[in-house]
Structure formats: structure tokens, C-alpha cells
Design a protein around this ligand. Structure first.
Ligand code: ADP
Length: 495
């Protein structure tokens, strides 16, 4: 495989800026591609959190870079440069205080920032403008999610004649179909496009401008983050209105499973834990479990053994916590503890706070974003809750398995592709999948886990199996190598 110059454009990349799995995926993919020999860069907004975390000390590369976003709209950004920690991946940070020096990435718990279309158009345009200035040829522009979705369109139109992009294939990855970037129709002008683009064939969608449509229409290859999700998004149930459009591009659409960063998520070397442990020497997990119960203020014991359930998630409708709330009275008849870590929508936070109040000492919520604590939840739990309504790939379940916490999950999307159903008779499997999105089906799956847990040799066997699963990035990188080659070929054909 030829070594490529790959440029990712994304609104998150771990460990610099993260609200969810997008960050893990972009950061880890870039790192794995660099290890495979490619030359890799990521463009990110220079958010306040990046400065506050202080993990990187960026240098100023271009102090003043004018970005023409639209006729009459010109922004002045600075381009900063750093290295993604633990790698040679270049991170380009677009510095524009008015847009990015804020408390949050996308909005407050009460809602999105109203100028999000302007903030993320600046990311797309700014990245391409900076690449043009740098005069280094690009082989692949890889845009992620709605925030970067206009990039393939600008590449094909505004920047089509630029020598640095002469061979560049464009790839667009959908990490979540539900977030499409839909904005009032006037945005069409603010992103530098004419009203002729505001049609059903182009970016119009139920009277709004839909950024994701640009990615789907203009990329050479479209990917999403698991094979099952690739099948789901071309159906009316999973397509969130864009299934028809996606079907027109079915030949160019691929589902490629994400991996997890096995350096970050490794219980043997995890500095956040009370005690390290591994598949062969799992003794430390008991200490992690005790520590977790203490840290969450959960009762350590009652008659019989308790099953400790964990969850780490964005508090969004998608994650299915309403099923947990509904199932809680039934679940609490069993010896269970539930440790929840999450941040996001206020309504869901209140729902979970109410649960914790009703079942003190047995259910606890920490309502914040806390990476170190997330590590301890994975390590300290016996089983991991993922009742997601839909789940494009899902990293939580893969991380949990690596930490010997067996997922209890709704059989959708990437959860189907990564979890093998436990069969107690054959003593095999890695998790508990339930099919119907109902509180009863979910509670039944928890009860199955609880029963398996009582059979100590069985549980040990399942945990060992889960911890042995391979969720490395190598196969994903190889598959993307092929897709990149396809994209470059498609681009050449078009010329
Ligand atoms: P999604 O991308 O939909 O948010 P994933 O399961 O793919 O869901 O990825 C979620 C990632 O974000 C995991 O790495 C998880 O540990 C992390 N995460 C989510 N919420 C929190 C939180 N409140 N604190 C720390 N980490 C979190």
C-alpha cells in the first residue's frame, strides 16, 4: 500500500477534545494510520478545553489566516500546530476565540449554540484554506460527521482547481445518523452557497439546510462505523430521513467497525485504577470493584453477592436510559448495584437523579464528564449497561469487555457486530443482547446476567472470553486503505 498524506477534519479527537465516541475513533484511527506508515494530520477547532487541559503546547504556524466563508463573511483565524500525544500525528488547531473559546464544544445542557453552522463551516473552510497555504499535496481528505460534512462539497467546488488537492479523494464518515446539522434556510448563504443549492436534490431538507447531505452527495466514498449500522441507515427506521439519499449511493457506502485504543484502554497498565489486572491475573478486579462502590457511595454488601452494573455515556435519548428507569423497580428486587457516569441533556440527568434518590445506596449517578472515573467504572463493574435505542458502533461495550465487564445491550448496530450472545449451556459468549426495545426485555437480560453471575465458574469463563476479544485498529486501517484507494481512483476518473 502506498503511503498517503491523510487529513482528517473533525470536531473531536481524543485526548484533546471529547464528548463521545467520535473523539476516540478519530484520535485512535489517526494514530493507527500513522503507525501503519501514513502521514496523518487532524484539523480541530482550538476549543477552550484544549487550552485548559494543557496536554499539548501548540506553536503558532500561521498567525493570521483569512478565511472567506461567504461573500462578505471573512474570518481571521490563526493556525496552531501540535502533535497528538504519543504519536507523530500532526494536529492543526484553528484558533478563533469568538467561535471556540467557550465552555462547551457544541452547546450548554439547555441546547446547542445558535451559531453552530458558522462555527463549523469555519472548521471546513479554514482547514482547506490552511492546506492550500501549506502547499503540501493531500491524498485523502477524510471528513467526520455533520460538523465536517461541507468539506467534500467545498473540495469539489471552491477548491477544485487547487494543485494541493489535484489528486485528493474525499471520504465522509457518519458516526451517528441522528445528528445531521440541520439549520434555518438562511444558513445557505452564510456557508457561501447560492440559493440554487437549496433544493431537495442538494442541501434542502424539510425546509432547512442539512449539512450531512453535502457529505453524502459529494464524497467519493461514504463510510459508517459498523456493518450492521450500514444496513440500518438505508432503511426508513434507521435513516432519519436520509435513507433514500443513502440508497442512491449504496455502491459507495461501507460499514467499517471502529476499534478501541488498546494503549488507553488496558486494565493491566491503567494508572486510574485501584489495582491493575489482566485476563491471566484478574485478582485486582475485586479491588477495583470495592473502590467503585465506595467512590459512588453504594452499599458494599447485602445478603448474597451483588452484581455491580456500570454505564458511561452521553445523556441523550439514544442511550435508552428511559428503559433503565422503567425497569428499575423490577431490577431492584435483585441484589444489584448500579454506577452511572454521564453528562448531557438535563431531562435525562433529572430522570437518573430521581432514580438515585428512590434507590439510595443501590443506584448512583455522577453527572459529569470525567475520563479517569470512566476508567474506574469499566474496571469496577461486573456488567455494563447499554440499552441504546440505536448504536452506530458503540465503544463502551468494547472497552467494557476489555475490562472484564460483560455488556448487557440492545441488539442493534455495532452492538450486534461486537457482542456474542452468552449461551450458559455451552458456557460461551461475551454479553447479553436483548431484541425488543422494552423495559421487560432489558430487565430479562439483566436477570440472565445475574443468573450467570451466580454460577461462578461460568462467569469466570465468560469474563476471560470477553477480555480476549480483539478490538484492535489494524483491520480497520487496512479496510480504510482499500477505501482510500477507491476514493482516489474515483477522483481521478472524474477529472
Ligand atoms: P457515543 O459516541 O454515542 O457517545 P460510544 O460508546 O461510541 O458512544 O463512545 C462513548 C465514549 O465516550 C467512550 O469512550 C466513553 O467512555 C466516553 N464517555 C461518554 N460519556 C462520558 C463521561 N460522562 N465521562 C467520561 N467519558 C465518557
Amino acid at each position: 500500500m502506498a503511503k498517503l498524506r491523510i487529513v482528517h477534519i473533525a470536531s473531536e479527537a481524543a485526548p484533546l477534545a471529547k464528548t463521545g465516541g467520535l473523539a476516540d475513533a478519530v484520535g485512535a484511527m489517526a494514530r493507527a494510520q500513522e503507525q501503519a506508515g501514513h502521514k496523518v494530520a487532524i484539523f480541530l477547532p482550538h476549543y477552550r478545553i484544549i487550552r485548559q487541559l494543557g496536554i499539548v503546547k501548540p506553536e503558532v504556524l500561521i498567525p493570521s489566516l483569512p478565511v472567506h466563508v461567504a461573500p462578505g463573511i471573512r474570518q481571521e483565524v490563526s493556525l496552531l500546530k501540535a502533535e497528538l500525544p504519543g504519536s507523530k500525528v500532526t494536529v492543526y488547531l484553528l484558533d478563533h476565540a469568538r467561535s471556540y473559546d467557550r465552555d462547551h464544544l457544541y452547546g450548554t445542557p439547555d441546547g446547542d449554540y445558535p451559531d453552530n453552522p458558522d462555527r463549523f463551516v469555519l472548521l471546513c473552510r479554514g482547514a482547506l484554506q490552511a492546506l492550500k497555504e501549506m502547499k503540501e499535496e493531500v491524498d485523502i481528505v477524510h471528513a467526520h460527521d455533520w460538523q465536517a460534512a461541507l468539506t467534500p462539497l467545498y473540495l469539489r467546488r471552491t477548491y477544485a482547481g487547487e494543485p494541493v488537492f489535484a489528486k485528493a479523494g474525499a471520504v465522509y464518515t457518519i458516526h451517528n445518523m441522528a445528528y445531521q446539522g440541520a439549520f434555518p434556510k438562511e444558513s445557505i448563504v452564510r456557508v457561501g452557497l447560492g440559493w440554487e443549492m437549496f433544493t431537495a436534490e442538494q442541501l434542502e431538507f424539510f425546509g432547512k439546510v442539512n449539512f450531512m447531505k453535502a457529505g453524502i452527495l459529494y464524497a467519493d466514498r461514504i463510510t459508517t462505523v459498523s456493518p450492521t449500522y450500514a444496513n440500518e441507515i438505508v432503511t426508513p427506521e434507521g435513516g432519519f430521513g436520509l435513507d433514500g439519499l443513502l440508497r442512491t449511493r449504496a455502491a459507495d457506502l461501507a460499514g467499517v467497525l471502529n476499534g478501541i485504543d488498546e494503549d488507553e484502554w488496558n486494565p493491566e497498565k491503567d494508572k486510574h485504577l485501584a489495582a491493575p489486572y489482566s485476563r491471566r491475573n484478574a485478582a485486582g478486579k475485586a479491588a477495583c470493584r470495592d473502590a467503585l462502590l465506595a467512590e459512588f457511595g453504594l452499599d458494599p454488601a447485602e445478603s448474597g453477592q451483588v452484581l455491580v452494573l456500570g454505564a458511561v455515556a452521553r445523556l441523550a435519548e439514544q442511550k435508552g436510559f428511559d428503559l433503565l428507569a422503567e425497569a428499575a423497580p423490577r431490577l431492584m428486587k435483585h441484589p444489584l448495584r448500579i454506577a452511572l457516569l454521564g453528562s448531557g441533556e438535563r431531562r435525562i440527568q433529572e430522570l437518573l437523579e430521581d432514580l438515585a434518590r428512590r434507590f439510595p445506596g443501590r443506584i448512583a449517578l455522577r453527572a459529569k464528564f470525567d475520563n479517569a472515573l470512566a476508567h474506574r467504572v469499566y474496571a469496577g463493574s461486573d456488567a455494563y449497561l447499554m440499552p441504546s435505542r440505536y448504536e452506530p458502533c458503540g465503544l463502551g461495550q468494547m472497552i467494557a469487555m476489555h475490562y472484564g465487564s460483560l455488556p448487557i445491550a440492545h441488539a442493534v448496530g455495532g452492538l450486534v457486530d461486537t457482542i456474542r450472545q452468552v449461551d450458559p449451556r455451552k458456557k460461551q459468549g461475551t454479553g447479553f443482547l436483548f431484541k425488543a426495545a422494552t423495559a421487560d426485555a432489558f430487565a430479562k437480560a439483566v436477570e440472565d446476567a445475574r443468573n450467570a453471575y451466580e454460577d461462578e465458574p461460568l462467569w469466570k469463563k465468560l469474563v476471560t472470553e470477553a477480555m480476549a476479544e480483539d478490538f484492535s485498529w489494524e483491520p480497520t486501517v487496512k479496510r480504510y486503505d482499500q477505501l482510500y484507494a477507491d476514493a482516489i481512483r474515483q477522483r481521478a476518473k472524474r477529472k
